[in-house]
Design a protein around this ligand. Structure first.
Ligand SMILES: Cc1cc2nc3c(=O)[nH]c(=O)nc-3n(C[C@H](O)[C@H](O)[C@H](O)COP(=O)(O)OP(=O)(O)OC[C@H]3O[C@@H](n4cnc5c(N)ncnc54)[C@H](O)[C@@H]3O)c2cc1C
Length: 383
């Protein structure tokens, strides 16, 4: 077994780190305080190939696979979990849906420009009455001459309002041609009947845009049916396997940053005549953080390696998402504690990370749902 990163991924990691330090870090606080959406920096990321990292070169990607994608997410979230969320929604679930289910023509028309940063994407599954129970979506698609009409709504869609292309999951009504079932569609923002609703404001990852979408007889041409009818749920679940893994990697980055901030603060904060890092209570917190981060990172890299080697990762990615998100919330909590009152002040980024960490146990399936997925997979393995 070799636990070192491959040469090309290591070189990319150095490049991501440099980019994050020079481009993302300077705007991370502004994104949080002003809910600023970083169009320019996203374009710079695209120029470096960062929006196509996991995809093959023929579709504008870098061919660095899931391992490269996870390493990138770690670096992005080290500075701005909000920036990581924008990239994660675009690459990890929107473009990924097209990679998973798209025809060669759809990959050429949408995945390639998405990888190159010419189109920004969003993944639209959640509805007001269908969150954890994603199969219960009510948005419908009705076949017409030459296409489909979509009706319904979506909520809390990351990159909503800024995206050019939405991968929308809807229930295809049965007809003479189709058995129906959840089906995915590639919807451009200019399609008639597509309407943007409210932009939400949230506790953390505040630079990422989260919006409501409406489809009122939204006209989708035949060629924008993603892959095959009735396969949408399978595409969504396969996509989320990758998305959850990337998200876990972001949690590792966030936790790493919280630990570094805690170490630096504890070295310079003096109480009772000595830096607080001399207190065993503080040292133990740092030791626990480091141990948890190391375990989480290994889980991420193992699952990424499995994915890159063609293995199924449904159980592993759910385990990664569950463990890494809980770990990162605990580390962020302890990091605030190490900072004392300073940790509660908005002047210190640790307060932002504490808020940003909270979403990781909710989106792309809550911690409870990850346990449901893991338990289901365990039962399948026993049969
Ligand atoms: C900031 C943000 C960004 C988002 N981005 C996107 C996006 O880009 N695209 C998209 O499609 N969606 C997105 N979502 C939606 C997100 O994926 C859902 O919020 C999430 O899946 C949970 O659904 P829910 O909020 O409806 O919670 P609910 O399903 O109502 O769950 C509420 C509580 O009940 C628990 N629960 C529900 N069912 C079970 C069960 N069977 N067993 C045990 N516990 C259960 C849940 O774990 C949770 O604790 C986003 C959400 C947020 C907040």
């Amino acid at each position: 077994m070799d636990f070192t990163l491959p040469e090309d991924v290591r070189a990319a990691q150095a490049m991501f780190r440099d980019f994050v330090k020079n481009e993302v870090e300077p705007i991370a606080d502004k994104m949080d305080k002003e809910e600023y959406f970083p169009h320019d920096v996203l374009q710079k990321a695209a120029e470096l190939g960062m929006l196509g990292v996991p995809f093959p070169e023929e579709y504008g990607g870098t061919g660095l696979g899931m391992l490269g994608y996870c390493v990138m997410n770690e670096e992005l979230a080290y500075s701005s979990p909000a920036f990581g969320t924008i990239v994660g929604a675009h690459v990890g679930i929107a473009a990924k849906s097209i990679h998973v289910g798209g025809t060669p023509e759809q990959k050429e028309k949408y995945l390639k420009p998405m990888s190159e940063g010419k189109l920004l994407g969003a993944f639209a599954l959640t509805e007001p009455t269908a969150g954890s129970d994603a199969a219960g979506i009510k948005t419908t698609a009705k076949r017409t001459d030459g296409g489909f009409l979509l009706n319904g709504s979506k909520i809390w869609i990351t990159n909503g309002g800024v995206a050019d292309v939405y991968v929308v999951y809807a229930n295809l009504l049965p007809s003479d041609n189709d058995r129906g079932g959840v089906t995915a569609f590639i919807v451009e923002k200019s399609f008639p009947g597509f309407k943007l609703g409210a932009i939400e404001h949230h506790m953390g990852i505040r630079g990422s845009s989260t919006a409501e979408l409406f489809f009122e007889d939204c006209e989708v041409p035949e060629e924008n049916l993603l892959g095959n009818p009735g396969m949408g749920f399978a595409y969504a679940m396969k996509t989320l396997d990758g998305g959850r893994l990337g998200l876990g990697a972001g949690c590792v980055g966030m936790a790493q940053r919280c630990m570094h901030m805690s170490q630096d603060f504890a070295k310079q904060r003096v109480q009772f005549g000595q830096p607080i890092i001399k207190q065993q209570a503080i040292q133990f917190k740092l030791a626990d953080m480091a141990t948890q981060i190391e375990a989480a990172r290994l889980m991420v890299y193992q699952a990424a390696w499995m994915d890159d080697n063609g293995m199924r990762i449904t159980k592993h990615s759910a385990m990664v998402k569950l463990f890494c998100s809980q770990m990162c919330n605990q580390v962020a909590y302890d990091a605030v504690q190490v900072h004392g009152g300073m940790g509660y002040m908005t002047d210190y980024p640790v307060e932002r990370f504490y808020r940003d960490a909270r979403i990781t146990e909710i989106y792309e399936g809550t911690s409870e749902i990850q346990k449901v997925v893991i338990a289901m997979q365990l039962q399948r393995e026993r049969r």
